[in-house]
Design a protein around this ligand. Structure first.
Ligand code: SF4
Length: 434
C-alpha cells in the first residue's frame, strides 16, 4: 500500500516519525512523498502551543482531500483524542504515542489488506540528509515547568536503556550517519528514572566508541543537571562537540520560581562561566519566554541584561502561550501580560541578540572550521554546510562557501572563514576533503 507521512513539530516528533516510517517500510508499505498517490496518510501532529495546534488541524483537513484514510498520531492526538474524533470525522484512526508499534496492523485493518503484516522490526528511516540523524534517548518529562503541556501529553520521563540506544546508534552509523544529535525533553535527566542516577555522561562514553560517527551533539540540557561528570565526559570525548543548548526560559529569579524552574540566574551565570573555561570553543544556546504571567518591564530588563552579559551565541525566543491545564493556566487572570507587550518584548530581545550573534560570528573570521557539506547551489556556485557550532535545525546558521574542487555532499571539509553576517558565515574551502 502507498502511505504518505507528514511530520510536524519538533525533532523529537521527527524521530518518532522516522521510526514509524521504518516500521511501515518493514511491513511492506511504500512511502510516497506526493499525497495524491497515497492510499493512506499518517500525520504526526504537534500540540505544543496554539499555532502548532492550528497547523496540525489544518494539515489534517488538507490531507483528507487527498486520501480517504487519515491516521493521526502525536501530541495533539494524544491530548485531544476525544475532541478530534468528534469534530473531525475525516480521521480514520488515532494512534496513541505508546502504541506506535501497532501502526502497521492498524493500517492493515484500515486498508483491509490480506495476509499478516509484521510489527516494527527495528528499522528506521532517515527522512533528512542521510549523514545526520536525531536519536531520542528518553521520552516524556518529569520537570513540570508551569507553562508546559508536555508532561500532560507525554507523561513522566521514560529513558531508554543504554544497550538499546547503542544498538540504534550503531544501526544509524552503519546507514552512513556521521552526525548524531541526542534529544529528549530533558537530555541531562537521562537515566534518572530507570538507572536511579543521571547517566548521560556514561552514555556519551559508550557512544564515543561507535565507529563512523564524527559529531555527537546534545540538545535540551537542563542547567542544574549539567554536572562535573557530564562535563568531564564531554571533554574527554573525541566526538561530542562542545555545544551547549541550555533552555533558560527567563532570568528573573521570581519568574523562574513561578515557572517551576530549578536554579537561579546566578547558577546559570556560574555554569556558563565554567563551561567557557573548560571549553574555549563552547557554543552556548538558550531559549527564553517573554510575557509569562506577571512579567514586568523590570523583569524583562533583567532578562535583556542577562542576555547581554552571557553573550549567548544563539538564542531562540517564544511569546508565552497559555496552555490549558498547565499550572500556569490557573494563575489569576489579572497577571496576564498583554500579548502585544509580550510580542514587542520578544522583538526587542531578538534585535539585541542579532548584534550578539553578529559579534560571535565575527570572531570566527580568519579561523578554519571543519564543515559538513550539505548542499550545493549550482546557480550561485556556492556550497552550504554546517560547522560543529551549528545544530541541524532552524535556530542555527550555516557556512556558505566556495570551492575550486567539486565536493561530495556529506563529507567534511576545512573552510577558511572570511566574512560573517548575523546568522551565517562565509568562506572558502581549503584543498581536498579529509
Ligand atoms: S523541561 Fe520543562 S519545558 Fe521542557 S519539556 Fe519538560 S516541562 Fe516542558
Amino acid at each position: 500500500m502507498k502511505v504518505g507521512f507528514v511530520s510536524l513539530g519538533c525533532s523529537k516528533n521527527l524521530v518518532d516519525s522516522e521510526q514509524m516510517m521504518g516500521m511501515l517500510k518493514g511491513a511492506g508499505h511504500v512511502l510516497v512523498s506526493n499525497p495524491r498517490q497515497a492510499d493512506a496518510i499518517v500525520i504526526n501532529t504537534c500540540g505544543f502551543i496554539n499555532p502548532a495546534k492550528e497547523e496540525s488541524i489544518n494539515t489534517i483537513f488538507e490531507m483528507s482531500r487527498y486520501a480517504n484514510k487519515i491516521i493521526v498520531v502525536g501530541c495533539l492526538a494524544e491530548r485531544y483524542e476525544e475532541a478530534l474524533r468528534e469534530e473531525i470525522p475525516e480521521i480514520s484512526a488515532i494512534v496513541p504515542i505508546h502504541d506506535y508499534d501497532k501502526l502497521p496492523s492498524i493500517l492493515k485493518d484500515l486498508l483491509e489488506q490480506d495476509g499478516e503484516v509484521p510489527y516494527y522490526n527495528g528499522l528506521r528511516t532517515i527522512s533528512g540528509n542521510p549523514w545526520s540523524a536525531y536519536l531520542k534517548i528518553s521520552d516524556g518529562c518529569s520537570n513540570h515547568c508551569a507553562f508546559c503541556a508536555i508532561p500532560l501529553i507525554r507523561k513522566e520521563q521514560k529513558s531508554k536503556l543504554i544497550p538499546e540506544i547503542l544498538e540504534e546508534a550503531q544501526l544509524l552509523a552503519s546507514m552512513g550517519v556521521q552526525e548524531l544529535t541526542l534529544i529528549a525533553q530533558d537530555t541531562t535527566k537521562y537515566g534518572l528514572d530507570n538507572y536511579g542516577q543521571l547517566m548521560l555522561g556514561t552514555l556519551l562514553k559508550e557512544l564515543d566508541k561507535i565507529e563512523g560517527l564524527r559529531w555527537i551533539r546534545i540538545l535540551y540540557m537542563y542547567p542544574d543537571e549539567i554536572d562535573e561528570d557530564l562535563l568531564q565526559a564531554m571533554k574527554e570525548s573525541s566526538k561530542v562537540v562542545p555545544y551547549f543548548d541550555i533552555p533558560m526560559q527567563h532570568a528573573s529569579n521570581r519568574l523562574l520560581k513561578m515557572m517551576n524552574r530549578r536554579g537561579t540566574k546566578e547558577d546559570v551565570q556560574a555554569l556558563t562561566q565554567k563551561i567557557r573555561t573548560m571549553f574555549p570553543n563552547a557554543v552556548l544556546r538558550t531559549t527564553v519566554i517573554t510575557g509569562f504571567p506577571s512579567e514586568t518591564e523590570e523583569d524583562f530588563e533583567e532578562l535583556m541584561e542577562f542576555i547581554q552579559d552571557i553573550q549567548w551565541d544563539r538564542l531562540g525566543g517564544f511569546v508565552y502561550s497559555k496552555e490549558e491545564d498547565t499550572p500556569a493556566s490557573f494563575l489569576p487572570e489579572e497577571l496576564t501580560v498583554d500579548p502585544e507587550i509580550a510580542t514587542n518584548r520578544l522583538t526587542r530581545l531578538m534585535e539585541t541578540q542579532k548584534e550578539i550573534s553578529f559579534q560571535s560570528n565575527k570572531r570566527k573570521i580568519g579561523q578554519v572550521l571543519d564543515v559538513l557539506v550539505e548542499d550545493f547551489d549550482p546557480i550561485a556556485h556556492l556550497y552550504h554546510g554546517r560547522s560543529a557550532a551549528d545544530a541541524p535545525d532552524e535556530v542555527d546558521g550555516q557556512v556558505i562557501f566556495t570551492s575550486e574542487n567539486s565536493l561530495e555532499l556529506g563529507t567534511f571539509i576545512p573552510v577558511l572563514i572570511n566574512e560573517a553576517s548575523q546568522y551565517d558565515l562565509y568562506g572558502q574551502a581549503l584543498d581536498s576533503t579529509h
